[in-house]
Write a protein that binds this ligand. Sequence first.
Ligand SMILES: [Zn+2]
Length: 98
Amino acid sequence: MKNNIKTILLLIIFTVLLIVTGYFAQQIHHGIVIFIFVFLLGIGLLTKMHSIEVMYLCKSCGREFKISLLQDLLSLHNVNKKYLKCPHCHQRNWHKEV
Ligand SMILES: [Zn+2]
């Protein structure tokens, strides 16, 4: 729950930052480049923080594991589960965040 509040707060900050950057980017020559840079940097940082802080619980063997930034970006997911391969038992499944 504490992590969810932190995530929502970071998403709000990121959204405000994008709105402010978008406003100023309109007035600068090639401002769209700055806007895209801020957008990609924000997505990268949020995903990196998520991959560092969140662990997943394997449905098959019950062990916990972390995933890389690339796995976090590319794997299928819903609200609190991701479709991943467990590094311990190598089973692909919808693993829950813990
Ligand atoms: Zn497993």
